[in-house]
Design a protein around this ligand. Structure first.
Ligand SMILES: [Zn+2]
Length: 370
Protein backbone atom coordinates (compact mmCIF):
# COMPACT_ATOMS: atom_id res chain seq x y z
CA UNK A 1 0.00 0.00 0.00
CA UNK A 2 1.11 3.55 -0.68
CA UNK A 3 -0.44 7.00 -1.02
CA UNK A 4 -0.73 6.36 -4.76
CA UNK A 5 -3.12 3.49 -4.18
CA UNK A 6 -5.66 5.43 -2.11
CA UNK A 7 -8.81 5.77 -4.14
CA UNK A 8 -9.92 9.27 -5.20
CA UNK A 9 -8.86 11.29 -2.16
CA UNK A 10 -6.37 13.51 -3.97
CA UNK A 11 -7.46 16.72 -2.26
CA UNK A 12 -6.94 15.43 1.27
CA UNK A 13 -3.65 13.80 0.32
CA UNK A 14 -2.49 17.01 -1.31
CA UNK A 15 -3.00 18.92 1.95
CA UNK A 16 -0.88 16.35 3.80
CA UNK A 17 1.78 16.34 1.10
CA UNK A 18 2.15 20.09 1.26
CA UNK A 19 2.36 19.99 5.05
CA UNK A 20 5.03 17.30 4.86
CA UNK A 21 7.06 19.16 2.23
CA UNK A 22 7.05 22.34 4.30
CA UNK A 23 7.80 20.47 7.52
CA UNK A 24 4.89 22.29 9.15
CA UNK A 25 2.44 19.46 9.66
CA UNK A 26 -0.15 19.75 12.41
CA UNK A 27 0.30 17.75 15.58
CA UNK A 28 -3.40 16.98 15.72
CA UNK A 29 -5.66 16.29 12.76
CA UNK A 30 -9.29 15.37 12.32
CA UNK A 31 -9.94 13.36 9.16
CA UNK A 32 -13.65 13.97 8.68
CA UNK A 33 -16.05 12.29 6.29
CA UNK A 34 -18.43 9.36 5.85
CA UNK A 35 -17.54 5.76 6.59
CA UNK A 36 -15.50 3.84 4.06
CA UNK A 37 -13.92 6.55 1.92
CA UNK A 38 -10.28 6.02 2.79
CA UNK A 39 -9.75 7.98 6.04
CA UNK A 40 -8.03 5.12 7.83
CA UNK A 41 -5.97 4.11 4.81
CA UNK A 42 -4.78 7.70 4.43
CA UNK A 43 -3.98 7.96 8.14
CA UNK A 44 -1.94 4.76 7.92
CA UNK A 45 0.04 6.00 4.93
CA UNK A 46 0.55 9.34 6.64
CA UNK A 47 1.86 7.58 9.74
CA UNK A 48 4.10 5.33 7.69
CA UNK A 49 5.52 8.39 5.93
CA UNK A 50 6.12 10.35 9.15
CA UNK A 51 7.89 7.37 10.68
CA UNK A 52 9.90 6.33 7.61
CA UNK A 53 13.68 6.73 7.94
CA UNK A 54 14.24 7.71 4.30
CA UNK A 55 11.06 8.81 2.54
CA UNK A 56 11.08 8.71 -1.24
CA UNK A 57 10.20 12.04 -2.85
CA UNK A 58 9.33 12.21 -6.54
CA UNK A 59 7.80 15.24 -8.26
CA UNK A 60 7.00 16.82 -4.89
CA UNK A 61 5.13 13.70 -3.83
CA UNK A 62 6.52 11.96 -0.75
CA UNK A 63 5.92 8.34 0.17
CA UNK A 64 7.42 5.93 2.66
CA UNK A 65 10.36 3.92 1.29
CA UNK A 66 8.89 0.52 2.16
CA UNK A 67 12.27 -0.97 3.06
CA UNK A 68 13.74 0.80 6.09
CA UNK A 69 13.45 -0.76 9.55
CA UNK A 70 10.51 1.47 10.47
CA UNK A 71 8.61 0.63 7.26
CA UNK A 72 9.23 -3.10 7.69
CA UNK A 73 8.03 -3.09 11.28
CA UNK A 74 5.06 -0.99 10.24
CA UNK A 75 4.11 -3.53 7.60
CA UNK A 76 4.38 -6.29 10.19
CA UNK A 77 2.07 -4.35 12.50
CA UNK A 78 4.72 -3.94 15.17
CA UNK A 79 6.18 -0.47 14.77
CA UNK A 80 6.52 0.73 18.36
CA UNK A 81 6.01 4.37 17.35
CA UNK A 82 2.61 3.80 15.80
CA UNK A 83 -0.57 3.20 17.75
CA UNK A 84 -4.04 2.53 16.42
CA UNK A 85 -6.66 3.27 19.05
CA UNK A 86 -10.18 1.88 18.86
CA UNK A 87 -12.94 1.13 21.33
CA UNK A 88 -12.43 -2.65 21.43
CA UNK A 89 -9.06 -2.07 23.12
CA UNK A 90 -10.98 -1.75 26.36
CA UNK A 91 -10.68 -5.51 26.68
CA UNK A 92 -6.93 -4.93 27.21
CA UNK A 93 -7.16 -2.08 29.71
CA UNK A 94 -6.44 -2.59 33.38
CA UNK A 95 -10.06 -3.13 34.41
CA UNK A 96 -11.59 -3.96 31.04
CA UNK A 97 -11.24 -7.72 30.89
CA UNK A 98 -14.52 -9.57 30.45
CA UNK A 99 -16.60 -6.42 30.02
CA UNK A 100 -19.02 -6.38 27.05
CA UNK A 101 -17.89 -4.51 23.91
CA UNK A 102 -18.31 -0.79 24.60
CA UNK A 103 -20.62 1.51 22.64
CA UNK A 104 -18.55 4.63 23.38
CA UNK A 105 -14.82 5.04 23.10
CA UNK A 106 -14.08 4.74 26.82
CA UNK A 107 -11.78 6.99 28.79
CA UNK A 108 -9.69 4.01 29.98
CA UNK A 109 -8.67 3.28 26.40
CA UNK A 110 -7.66 6.90 25.81
CA UNK A 111 -5.77 7.06 29.09
CA UNK A 112 -3.87 3.81 28.79
CA UNK A 113 -3.24 3.63 25.04
CA UNK A 114 -2.79 7.30 24.20
CA UNK A 115 -2.14 9.67 27.11
CA UNK A 116 0.26 7.30 28.87
CA UNK A 117 2.23 6.67 25.68
CA UNK A 118 2.36 10.19 24.26
CA UNK A 119 4.85 11.40 26.83
CA UNK A 120 7.29 8.57 26.17
CA UNK A 121 9.80 9.49 23.47
CA UNK A 122 9.80 7.58 20.16
CA UNK A 123 11.89 4.42 20.29
CA UNK A 124 12.74 3.84 16.65
CA UNK A 125 11.80 6.83 14.55
CA UNK A 126 11.98 10.55 15.12
CA UNK A 127 8.22 10.68 15.56
CA UNK A 128 5.21 8.98 17.01
CA UNK A 129 1.78 8.68 15.43
CA UNK A 130 -1.55 7.87 17.08
CA UNK A 131 -4.63 7.15 14.96
CA UNK A 132 -7.96 7.12 16.78
CA UNK A 133 -10.81 5.34 14.95
CA UNK A 134 -14.48 6.30 15.44
CA UNK A 135 -13.63 9.55 17.21
CA UNK A 136 -17.35 10.42 17.01
CA UNK A 137 -17.73 7.84 19.78
CA UNK A 138 -15.40 9.64 22.17
CA UNK A 139 -17.64 10.54 25.07
CA UNK A 140 -17.15 13.88 26.77
CA UNK A 141 -15.01 12.38 29.56
CA UNK A 142 -12.69 10.87 26.93
CA UNK A 143 -12.58 14.12 24.99
CA UNK A 144 -11.79 16.14 28.08
CA UNK A 145 -9.05 13.71 28.91
CA UNK A 146 -7.62 14.22 25.41
CA UNK A 147 -7.75 18.00 25.50
CA UNK A 148 -4.48 18.61 27.28
CA UNK A 149 -2.54 16.45 24.85
CA UNK A 150 -4.27 18.06 21.89
CA UNK A 151 -3.41 21.47 23.27
CA UNK A 152 0.29 20.87 23.76
CA UNK A 153 1.31 17.70 21.98
CA UNK A 154 5.02 16.87 22.20
CA UNK A 155 6.98 18.09 19.19
CA UNK A 156 7.50 14.53 17.85
CA UNK A 157 3.86 13.54 18.08
CA UNK A 158 1.02 13.46 15.54
CA UNK A 159 -2.50 12.48 16.58
CA UNK A 160 -5.13 11.75 13.93
CA UNK A 161 -8.79 11.49 14.89
CA UNK A 162 -10.96 9.72 12.32
CA UNK A 163 -14.49 11.04 12.52
CA UNK A 164 -17.73 10.40 10.62
CA UNK A 165 -19.77 12.96 12.57
CA UNK A 166 -17.98 16.19 13.35
CA UNK A 167 -20.93 17.49 15.38
CA UNK A 168 -20.19 14.81 17.99
CA UNK A 169 -16.86 16.41 18.84
CA UNK A 170 -16.69 19.20 21.39
CA UNK A 171 -15.82 22.64 20.02
CA UNK A 172 -12.73 22.57 22.24
CA UNK A 173 -11.59 19.34 20.61
CA UNK A 174 -12.20 20.67 17.12
CA UNK A 175 -10.45 23.97 17.72
CA UNK A 176 -7.25 22.17 18.71
CA UNK A 177 -7.06 20.10 15.55
CA UNK A 178 -6.70 20.78 11.86
CA UNK A 179 -9.70 19.28 10.08
CA UNK A 180 -9.21 17.66 6.69
CA UNK A 181 -12.39 16.73 4.89
CA UNK A 182 -12.71 13.54 2.90
CA UNK A 183 -15.41 13.77 0.27
CA UNK A 184 -17.72 11.04 -1.03
CA UNK A 185 -16.49 9.25 -4.13
CA UNK A 186 -18.06 9.52 -7.57
CA UNK A 187 -20.61 6.78 -8.25
CA UNK A 188 -19.22 5.93 -11.68
CA UNK A 189 -15.76 5.33 -10.21
CA UNK A 190 -17.22 2.99 -7.61
CA UNK A 191 -19.20 1.05 -10.23
CA UNK A 192 -16.01 0.66 -12.25
CA UNK A 193 -14.17 -0.65 -9.21
CA UNK A 194 -16.90 -3.14 -8.29
CA UNK A 195 -17.01 -4.47 -11.83
CA UNK A 196 -13.24 -4.91 -11.73
CA UNK A 197 -13.77 -7.04 -8.65
CA UNK A 198 -16.10 -9.29 -10.64
CA UNK A 199 -19.61 -7.95 -9.99
CA UNK A 200 -22.18 -7.78 -12.76
CA UNK A 201 -23.40 -4.37 -13.96
CA UNK A 202 -26.73 -4.36 -12.13
CA UNK A 203 -25.54 -5.30 -8.61
CA UNK A 204 -22.49 -3.06 -9.08
CA UNK A 205 -24.73 -0.10 -9.86
CA UNK A 206 -27.06 -0.91 -6.98
CA UNK A 207 -24.30 -1.28 -4.36
CA UNK A 208 -22.56 1.87 -5.61
CA UNK A 209 -25.77 3.83 -5.31
CA UNK A 210 -26.65 2.43 -1.91
CA UNK A 211 -23.16 3.28 -0.67
CA UNK A 212 -23.58 6.97 -1.52
CA UNK A 213 -19.94 7.62 -2.18
CA UNK A 214 -18.53 5.24 0.37
CA UNK A 215 -16.22 3.07 -1.69
CA UNK A 216 -15.27 1.06 1.40
CA UNK A 217 -18.85 0.04 2.09
CA UNK A 218 -19.53 -0.73 -1.55
CA UNK A 219 -16.42 -2.92 -1.74
CA UNK A 220 -17.38 -4.64 1.50
CA UNK A 221 -20.80 -5.53 0.08
CA UNK A 222 -19.22 -6.63 -3.18
CA UNK A 223 -16.88 -8.88 -1.24
CA UNK A 224 -19.84 -10.39 0.61
CA UNK A 225 -21.69 -10.84 -2.65
CA UNK A 226 -18.73 -12.61 -4.24
CA UNK A 227 -18.39 -14.82 -1.16
CA UNK A 228 -21.92 -16.09 -1.76
CA UNK A 229 -23.75 -14.11 0.90
CA UNK A 230 -26.28 -13.42 -1.90
CA UNK A 231 -26.83 -9.92 -0.65
CA UNK A 232 -28.23 -8.66 -3.93
CA UNK A 233 -30.78 -11.43 -4.17
CA UNK A 234 -31.70 -10.86 -0.51
CA UNK A 235 -32.27 -7.14 -1.13
CA UNK A 236 -34.57 -7.88 -4.07
CA UNK A 237 -36.61 -10.31 -2.01
CA UNK A 238 -36.68 -7.97 0.96
CA UNK A 239 -38.09 -5.12 -1.09
CA UNK A 240 -40.61 -7.45 -2.73
CA UNK A 241 -41.79 -8.43 0.76
CA UNK A 242 -41.97 -5.03 2.39
CA UNK A 243 -44.07 -3.74 -0.47
CA UNK A 244 -46.73 -6.36 -0.07
CA UNK A 245 -46.69 -8.02 3.34
CA UNK A 246 -49.77 -8.07 5.52
CA UNK A 247 -49.86 -7.39 9.18
CA UNK A 248 -50.40 -11.06 10.09
CA UNK A 249 -47.16 -11.94 8.25
CA UNK A 250 -45.04 -9.56 10.31
CA UNK A 251 -43.61 -12.01 12.79
CA UNK A 252 -42.67 -14.52 10.09
CA UNK A 253 -41.03 -11.82 8.04
CA UNK A 254 -39.10 -10.61 11.09
CA UNK A 255 -37.89 -14.16 11.61
CA UNK A 256 -36.77 -14.34 7.98
CA UNK A 257 -34.95 -11.04 8.25
CA UNK A 258 -33.15 -12.20 11.35
CA UNK A 259 -32.14 -15.44 9.62
CA UNK A 260 -30.92 -13.46 6.62
CA UNK A 261 -28.81 -11.16 8.78
CA UNK A 262 -27.29 -14.18 10.56
CA UNK A 263 -26.44 -15.69 7.20
CA UNK A 264 -24.72 -12.51 6.05
CA UNK A 265 -22.91 -12.22 9.38
CA UNK A 266 -21.62 -15.81 9.11
CA UNK A 267 -20.07 -15.16 5.69
CA UNK A 268 -18.73 -11.85 6.95
CA UNK A 269 -17.09 -13.40 10.00
CA UNK A 270 -15.15 -15.68 7.69
CA UNK A 271 -13.90 -12.73 5.68
CA UNK A 272 -13.06 -10.46 8.60
CA UNK A 273 -11.51 -12.12 11.60
CA UNK A 274 -10.37 -8.83 13.11
CA UNK A 275 -13.83 -7.43 13.89
CA UNK A 276 -15.81 -8.73 16.84
CA UNK A 277 -18.79 -10.99 16.14
CA UNK A 278 -21.06 -8.55 17.93
CA UNK A 279 -20.02 -5.75 15.60
CA UNK A 280 -20.41 -7.92 12.52
CA UNK A 281 -23.88 -8.98 13.63
CA UNK A 282 -24.81 -5.34 14.09
CA UNK A 283 -23.43 -4.38 10.70
CA UNK A 284 -25.33 -7.19 9.00
CA UNK A 285 -28.58 -6.05 10.62
CA UNK A 286 -27.84 -2.48 9.65
CA UNK A 287 -27.35 -3.44 6.01
CA UNK A 288 -30.88 -4.85 5.95
CA UNK A 289 -32.37 -1.82 7.67
CA UNK A 290 -30.37 0.37 5.27
CA UNK A 291 -31.93 -1.45 2.32
CA UNK A 292 -35.41 -0.72 3.70
CA UNK A 293 -34.50 2.94 4.25
CA UNK A 294 -33.27 3.23 0.67
CA UNK A 295 -36.60 1.92 -0.65
CA UNK A 296 -38.53 4.36 1.54
CA UNK A 297 -36.33 7.23 0.38
CA UNK A 298 -36.96 6.27 -3.23
CA UNK A 299 -40.72 6.18 -2.58
CA UNK A 300 -40.59 9.56 -0.86
CA UNK A 301 -38.64 11.11 -3.74
CA UNK A 302 -41.22 9.75 -6.13
CA UNK A 303 -44.04 11.27 -4.08
CA UNK A 304 -42.52 14.74 -3.92
CA UNK A 305 -41.54 14.42 -7.59
CA UNK A 306 -37.87 14.87 -6.86
CA UNK A 307 -35.87 13.80 -9.91
CA UNK A 308 -33.03 12.21 -7.93
CA UNK A 309 -32.08 8.84 -9.43
CA UNK A 310 -33.53 5.96 -7.46
CA UNK A 311 -31.21 3.66 -5.51
CA UNK A 312 -33.59 0.83 -6.38
CA UNK A 313 -33.58 1.56 -10.10
CA UNK A 314 -33.93 -2.20 -10.59
CA UNK A 315 -37.26 -2.48 -8.74
CA UNK A 316 -39.20 0.49 -10.08
CA UNK A 317 -42.55 -1.20 -9.88
CA UNK A 318 -42.14 -2.03 -6.19
CA UNK A 319 -41.08 1.52 -5.40
CA UNK A 320 -44.15 2.84 -7.19
CA UNK A 321 -46.33 0.56 -5.08
CA UNK A 322 -44.63 1.76 -1.93
CA UNK A 323 -45.12 5.39 -2.97
CA UNK A 324 -48.81 4.73 -3.61
CA UNK A 325 -49.18 3.20 -0.17
CA UNK A 326 -47.68 6.01 1.94
CA UNK A 327 -47.67 9.73 1.23
CA UNK A 328 -44.47 11.74 1.68
CA UNK A 329 -45.19 12.52 5.31
CA UNK A 330 -46.03 8.90 6.08
CA UNK A 331 -42.81 7.76 4.46
CA UNK A 332 -40.79 10.27 6.46
CA UNK A 333 -42.27 8.80 9.65
CA UNK A 334 -41.38 5.27 8.53
CA UNK A 335 -37.84 6.38 7.74
CA UNK A 336 -37.40 7.79 11.22
CA UNK A 337 -38.71 4.47 12.64
CA UNK A 338 -35.93 2.78 10.70
CA UNK A 339 -33.30 5.12 12.12
CA UNK A 340 -34.59 4.34 15.57
CA UNK A 341 -34.08 0.66 14.79
CA UNK A 342 -30.51 1.52 13.78
CA UNK A 343 -29.92 3.09 17.20
CA UNK A 344 -31.41 0.06 18.93
CA UNK A 345 -29.07 -2.20 16.99
CA UNK A 346 -26.15 -0.20 18.42
CA UNK A 347 -27.48 -0.44 21.94
CA UNK A 348 -27.92 -4.22 22.05
CA UNK A 349 -31.72 -4.44 22.16
CA UNK A 350 -32.95 -8.00 21.45
CA UNK A 351 -32.42 -8.59 17.72
CA UNK A 352 -35.70 -10.28 16.94
CA UNK A 353 -37.65 -7.55 18.74
CA UNK A 354 -35.95 -4.88 16.66
CA UNK A 355 -37.09 -6.43 13.38
CA UNK A 356 -40.55 -7.19 14.71
CA UNK A 357 -41.02 -3.66 15.94
CA UNK A 358 -39.69 -2.20 12.71
CA UNK A 359 -41.96 -4.30 10.52
CA UNK A 360 -45.01 -3.66 12.68
CA UNK A 361 -44.38 0.05 12.29
CA UNK A 362 -43.85 -0.33 8.59
CA UNK A 363 -47.08 -2.25 8.09
CA UNK A 364 -49.82 0.04 6.96
CA UNK A 365 -51.74 0.18 10.19
CA UNK A 366 -52.21 3.11 12.50
CA UNK A 367 -54.00 1.00 15.09
CA UNK A 368 -50.95 -1.18 15.53
CA UNK A 369 -48.71 1.87 15.89
CA UNK A 370 -50.75 3.09 18.79
ZN1 LIG B 1 10.93 3.69 5.16
Amino acid sequence: MSFEEIFCQDKAIDILQRAFASGRWAHAYIFAGPEGIGKFKTAREWARLLLCESPAVKDNFADSCGSCRSCRLFEAGSNPDFAHIYKELREFTEFGKGKPPPVDLPIDVIREFLIAKVSRKPTLSQRKVFVVSEAEKLNSASQNCLLKVLEEPPEYCCIVLLCTRLEKLLPTTKSRCQTIRFGPIDESRIIEKLKEKGLREEPARYFARLAQGSVGEACQWAQLELADANLYKAKKELIDSIVSYELYETLDLAQELLAESKKIAAVWTNLDKATSKTDINRRAMKILVGIIISALHDAMNLNVKRTKEAVNFDQKEQIEKLAARFDAEGTAGKISDCYRAMRWIESSVNEKLIFEHLLLNLADSDTIRA
